[in-house]
Each structure stands twice: as C-alpha cells, then as structure tokens.
Design a protein around this ligand. Structure first.
Ligand SMILES: NC(=O)c1ccc[n+]([C@@H]2O[C@H](COP(=O)([O-])OP(=O)(O)OC[C@H]3O[C@@H](n4cnc5c(N)ncnc54)[C@H](OP(=O)(O)O)[C@@H]3O)[C@@H](O)[C@H]2O)c1
Length: 274
C-alpha cells in the first residue's frame, strides 16, 4: 500500500532482530536500504536477503556509539542510490545486555553508562546527524520499548533510557517540524529475536504470553510495517507520536514477576520464623 520507491532508508542495527525485520519491510516497500551494525556476518546475511527482494542495498559495519561511526553511516546513506539524500533514518540499534542490568540498588556506573549511552545518548546523536542532512525534510523513527512508559524492575536503566528516547522524540518533532522533518517512535512489547530468546526461561516466556491479549509474543516482522508507514508520504502529517506494538498487552510482566519474587521471598522468611 505504501510505496517507498525512490527513498533512501537507513536502519541502524539492521543486520539482526527487529532491525532486520524493519529493513526487510522497507525493501519490500521499494526503498533503497542501508543497514548498519558492528558484526559483518549478520549484515552480509541480511544484505543478501534485501538484494534478493530487488532492493538497492548496502551495509556499514561500524560502532554507532561514536561520532566517527555515525558520520560513516551518514556518508554511506547519502551515497546509496546516488541521490545524496536520506529520507528516513531508523534508530533501532539498542539493547540491554544481561550484565548491564539488574536491581537499581546494586547498579554501578559502568552498567548505567553502557545501557543509557547506547539507547539514549547515541540514539540522540544519530538522530541529530540524520536531521542535519535531511535538507528537504525526512522521517526519523526511534525504536523505543514498552519499557519506556512503565516501571522496569531489574532493567531500570533501560526503561529510563527508553523514556528519554520518547521524550526526545516529542522535542525533536517540535524543534525540527519547520524543517519538514517528522520524528516518531515505535515502542514494541516482547519480540522474539535471537537475543531475546536466549535471555528468557520457558516459564518466563509463558508468563509473558499470558499477559498478551492476542496470545502470542511479537515476531521481528511485526514492527516493520509501522516503520514503513512512518517513512511513507502518507504519514506526512504525523509527528511526535509513540505507537506501542504489543499485541494489546497493558500488563507490565516485569513488575508482576518482581512482585511475585518479593512475595515468595517474604513468605519463605515468615515460614522460617525470621
Ligand atoms: N526484542 C524485544 O523484545 C524488544 C522490545 C522492545 C524494544 N526493543 C528495541 O528494539 C531494538 C532492536 O532490538 P532487538 O531485540 O532486535 O536487538 P538485537 O537482536 O540484540 O539487535 C540489536 C542490533 O543493534 C546493533 N547494535 C547494538 N549495539 C550497537 C553498536 N554499539 N553499534 C552498532 N550497532 C549496534 C546490533 O548489531 P551488532 O551487535 O552486530 O553491533 C544488532 O543489529 C532496540 O532498540 C531494543 O531496545 C526490543
């Protein structure tokens, strides 16, 4: 329905997970697609897939957490398709590695910085770099998380970073609207990527599914279609929004799990007469 023919789209973290799904959706809609990430292997795999879909596509293997890395991506985006423009920039690179999260009472500066720098600081500077070259307007799509609008026991630094992304999305939309730049965010619920699958036990998965009215967790291809809409001209009057893609879930499973554990521990202490 939405055609991205003639548009250049950059997807950070586009080699794996949700980013790969977004890159695939953009390519199917007709965009030229540049994907970035640190690891060459997943980028090469996804690149082959995008080209098989008929897209003009390329990769940049670089760390997005530096001005030099961002500049490299911007330059490659401008060069792709020979149009010297980037129409849509998807700020998808992000994560919260298990060693970088935990209870706030024990959190140290290294953990805080690892998560907040990747998910907030460098998301901002990447958006700024994209906006600076969007001289005839464009669309920036920030990938937040449902964690950005709910308490996040055991991943508080991640939730705070994503809340910051959503707030910045609103401010960028106001400051850059007169430049013809739209800024929106997508906040997914739990999406079954390889890294998410590796991190959760079977019982946690079951609890997560039980909180989703549509009775399944997300797949990487569930997020891309909305990103296509935000990249397309049809969304030319939509800016500053955050759309949740969660299977209808409103129940913060992390809070439930945490309280469940606290209550179990308290019962065990009582039973032991402590
Ligand atoms: N999966 C979920 O349930 C879920 C839910 C809500 C929101 N999200 C958000 O969705 C986005 C994608 O998450 P995902 O689950 O698809 O993660 P993923 O499978 O771990 O993929 C993360 C991507 O980001 C790239 N990346 C990470 N750090 C980078 C860096 N310093 N420089 C360049 N690239 C970097 C990774 O590539 P390399 O490792 O090769 O660099 C990879 O392509 C993130 O912003 C995440 O917070 C995910």
């Amino acid at each position: 329905m939405f055609s991205l023919n003639g548009k250049t789209v950059v997807v950070t973290g586009g080699g794996r997970g949700i980013g790969r799904g977004i890159a695939r959706a953009m390519a199917k809609a007709g965009a030229d697609v540049l994907i970035t990430g640190r690891s060459a292997g997943p980028l090469a795999e996804t690149l082959a897939e995008l080209r098989a879909l008929g897209a003009t596509a390329d990769t940049v293997a670089t760390d997005i957490m530096s001005f030099a890395g961002i500049a490299e991506v911007v330059a490659a985006g401008l060069a792709l398709g020979g149009r010297n423009t980037i129409d849509c920039w998807v700020n998808n690179a992000g994560s919260a590695a298990p060693g970088d999260v935990g209870p706030l009472i024990d959190m140290d500066e290294r953990q805080w910085d690892a998560v907040v720098d990747l998910n907030l600081k460098w998301t901002f500077f990447a958006a700024q770099a994209a906006a600076r070259v969007m001289t005839s307007g464009g669309s920036i799509v920030n990938i937040s998380s449902r964690s950005g609008s709910q308490p996040c026991p055991m991943t508080g630094n991640y939730g705070a970073a994503k809340a910051g992304v959503e707030n910045l999305t609103a401010t960028m939309a106001v400051e850059w609207g007169h430049l013809g730049i739209r800024v929106n965010a997508i906040a997914p619920g739990v999406v079954l990527t390889e890294s998410a699958t590796a991190m959760a036990s079977e019982s946690r998965r079951r609890r997560q599914i039980e909180t989703v009215p549509l009775r399944r967790l997300g797949e990487v291809d569930d997020v891309g279609p909305l990103a296509v809409y935000f990249a397309a001209d049809e969304s030319s009057w939509t800016s500053g929004t955050v759309v949740q893609v969660t299977g209808g879930s409103r129940i913060p499973v992390g809070v439930l799990s945490y309280l469940h554990k606290i209550n179990r521990d308290a019962e065990a202490r009582e039973a032991a007469g402590a």
